[in-house]
Write a protein that binds this ligand. Structure first.
Ligand SMILES: NC(=O)c1ccc[n+]([C@@H]2O[C@H](COP(=O)([O-])OP(=O)(O)OC[C@H]3O[C@@H](n4cnc5c(N)ncnc54)[C@H](OP(=O)(O)O)[C@@H]3O)[C@@H](O)[C@H]2O)c1
Length: 173
């Protein structure tokens, strides 16, 4: 099993605007059958991890919860849980929770959805295996960061799909 940070980002390294907007991303043309595309990626995922802002975004923008996997939300806030969702709220360092997160994935892979600082906390704790970054042809100038930690990565794969550059990196342990 492996833990992946799979996300789209602007060319200048942001995953959302400062106001947590993703309009710039959804304005792009996606190829769901292209290299490193979401449908094949999500097939391998058995647990989700996200921070409070990402969970709040999903609550605001999804009509119905679309994930069957357990979702681990790192937060200090109180949130509602959509009907049918398996959401588990935690706080503290990823290393404190990784055994339960991995157990909930039952031997399959874990997706750190975001944000970039939470993914960086997983990397800091030696718990992140791969980064999958789909780079949109957009600069935002400012916003929520893709990553907040200095890392040396191994490039595993590069491809183009429509106007995105798709990249996959290994995080050396
Ligand atoms: N481009 C994409 O494909 C993509 C993918 C995913 C997400 N996004 C978007 O990117 C934005 C990410 O927002 P963000 O940068 O603010 O990151 P985030 O990880 O979604 O939320 C950050 C918040 O999570 C909580 N948190 C983080 N680590 C924690 C820990 N160890 N323990 C307890 N709580 C912790 C803290 O909030 P509290 O202390 O207040 O609880 C923190 O302020 C969102 O708007 C999301 O929708 C974009």
């Amino acid at each position: 099993m492996a833990t992946h940070f799979y996300t789209a980002a602007s060319l200048d390294g942001f995953i959302a605007t400062a106001d947590h907007l993703l309009d710039w991303l959804f304005a792009q043309d996606f190829d769901m059958a292209g290299p490193m595309a979401y449908p094949a990626f999500i097939e391998r995922i058995s647990a989700l991890v996200m921070g409070a802002s990402t969970y709040a975004w999903l609550l605001r923008h999804q009509d119905a919860w679309e994930y069957s996997q357990p979702a681990w939300v790192f937060t200090h806030r109180k949130f509602s849980v959509p009907e049918g969702a398996d959401v588990r709220f935690v706080q503290g360092s990823p290393s404190e929770h990784i055994d339960l997160i991995n157990a909930s994935a039952e031997g399959k892979d874990v997706w750190v959805m975001g944000g970039g600082d939470l993914a960086s906390q997983f990397a800091r704790d030696g718990l992140l295996d791969e980064l999958w970054i789909q780079i949109a042809p957009v600069t935002l100038g400012s916003g929520q960061p893709l990553f907040t930690r200095a890392l040396q990565l191994d490039l595993l794969e590069v491809a183009r799909t429509r106007d995105f550059v798709c990249t996959r990196y290994r995080v050396p342990r």
